[in-house]
Ligand binder design. Sequence first.
Ligand SMILES: [Zn+2]
Ligand SMILES: [Zn+2]
Length: 123
Amino acid sequence: MGRKLDLSGLTDDEAEHVLKVVQRDMKLRKKEEERLSEMKQELAEEGSRCSILSKQHRFNEHCCIRCCAPFTFLLNPKRQCLDCQYNVCKTCSTYSKRDKAWLCSACQKGRLRKQFKREEEAW
Ligand SMILES: [Zn+2]
Ligand SMILES: [Zn+2]
């Protein structure tokens, strides 16, 4: 705040009113800043919480291990990956017809890599 308010042309009552408005405005702005920084902190905590919780089995009962999306009945059903045994959501799982089971995106990629390797070795 480098600029000083010029209240010389105002009556005492008017000056007081202006000051009150300015003070209220500053308070509101400060509150808003506090709220924003709280939100930022919450987001950061959310990120680290996800990585910690994903290692815990109970977390995986309710949320996808790959993308942390919560499971919901019908809309986002829980599916267990055949390879890693973790629960994954609809978007992170693919059905393997050969195994008649679900595979998570990470394990599917791993399998593809292995398959390519085997084919390379067969040549
Ligand atoms: Zn997911
Ligand atoms: Zn898996």
